[in-house]
Design a protein around this ligand. Structure first.
Ligand SMILES: [Zn+2]
Length: 107
C-alpha cells in the first residue's frame, strides 16, 4: 500500500490518502513521536530514566519538508532541523491507522 496524496489540512496536521481508498488525518506531534530513527529510538528507550530532562525545541512538531525515498518510504524534515527519520510506507500507514483523528479533533 502506498499513499497517493499527502496534504496538510491544518498547520499541525497531516492527511494521507492511500491507493486502497483509506484516508485519515493525524497530528504532526504523533508523527514526530513515532520517528523511527536511531536517535529517537534511543531517546525513547531512555525516557524511563528519572534524570532525563524533557525539553521542547521550537519547530519540533512542524514539518519543513517531505521527501519521498525511492518508492518505499518518506523522509521528514522538521523545523528544528531533525531530518534523519525515514518512514517506510508500512510504518506510515500503521501510524495513520492507529492515530486517526476524529471530526471533533479536527474542527
Ligand atoms: Zn528521529
Amino acid at each position: 500500500m502506498t499513499p497517493k496524496k499527502i496534504s496538510r489540512p491544518q498547520p499541525n496536521m497531516l492527511k494521507a490518502e492511500w491507493n486502497d481508498g483509506f484516508e485519515s488525518i493525524i497530528s504532526l506531534k504523533v508523527l514526530r513521536e513515532n520517528c523511527p530513527c536511531a536517535e529517537c529510538n534511543e531517546a525513547k528507550r531512555e525516557s524511563g530514566s528519572s534524570n532525563l530532562l524533557q525539553t521542547f525545541a521550537a519547530g519540533k512538531y512542524k514539518i519543513s519538508k517531505l521527501n519521498q525515498v525511492g518508492n518505499y518510504a518518506l523522509n521528514v524534515e522538521w523545523e528544528d532541523g531533525h531530518s534523519t527519520g525515514i518512514y517506510s510506507w508500512d510504518l506510515f500507514r500503521d501510524i495513520f491507522e492507529k492515530n486517526k483523528l476524529n471530526d471533533k479533533d479536527i474542527k
